[in-house]
Design a protein around this ligand. Structure first.
Ligand SMILES: Cc1cc2nc3c(=O)[nH]c(=O)nc-3n(C[C@H](O)[C@H](O)[C@H](O)COP(=O)(O)O)c2cc1C
Length: 161
């Protein structure tokens, strides 16, 4: 079973969760970032803030081929109660995803707003089935329980026929 982990992250939190998933479940991390004004501003701010783990990888995703994967994981930070623009572009650019299961997660300071609902709609339009959805706020990330539940769901989905 191959897993594609598509992730956007500007200050490292969402990427950190993706790395925990990869460590336990394997799979390939695909970093995505877009170059719209807000995304560039947040990257700039994160780069100049102490303690932020800024990742340099990622491009504007035109096409992400997941034909060879049986499971897709999507991770996004929450911006203004929504997924970041890069992850929505990445979903639009998914190829070979129809009929495949997807597990989604959002990281946020406190509240995810409509982030998960927006992702569920985008993924349904691509013919994907959302097998699990998780919102991880700072408190939940610190205490680790929701991250454990997320990883368990990915393992369960990956192992089901
Ligand atoms: C522009 C911007 C908007 C944000 N909006 C929200 C929000 O609506 N709700 C929330 O709980 N956190 C919000 N946050 C906090 C981020 O969602 C949170 O820090 C996230 O884990 C960052 O992920 P990253 O480190 O992978 O980039 C916002 C952060 C930024 C930079």
């Amino acid at each position: 079973m191959k897993t594609s982990i598509v992730v956007a992250s500007y200050s490292g939190t969402t990427r950190g969760i993706a790395e925990q998933i990869q460590k336990t479940c394997g799979g390939e991390i695909i970093d995505v970032k877009s170059r719209d004004l807000l995304s560039r501003f947040v990257t700039f701010m994160a780069r100049h803030s102490p303690g932020m783990n800024v990742t340099d990888g990622g491009t504007v995703p035109e096409r992400i081929d997941v034909t060879g994967s049986s499971l897709v994981v999507i991770g996004t930070p929450v911006w203004g109660g929504k997924p970041v623009p890069a992850i929505r572009k990445a979903i639009a650019g998914l190829h070979g995803c129809e009929g495949k299961p997807v597990v989604i997660f959002a990281t946020c300071g406190e509240k995810p707003g409509s982030t998960l609902e927006v992702l569920v709609k985008d993924l349904a339009a691509k013919g994907m089935t959302v097998a699990g959805q998780f919102s991880l706020n700072k408190k939940a990330i610190d205490d680790g329980t929701q991250v454990t539940a997320l990883i368990a769901k990915i393992q369960e989905t990956g192992n089901s026929p």
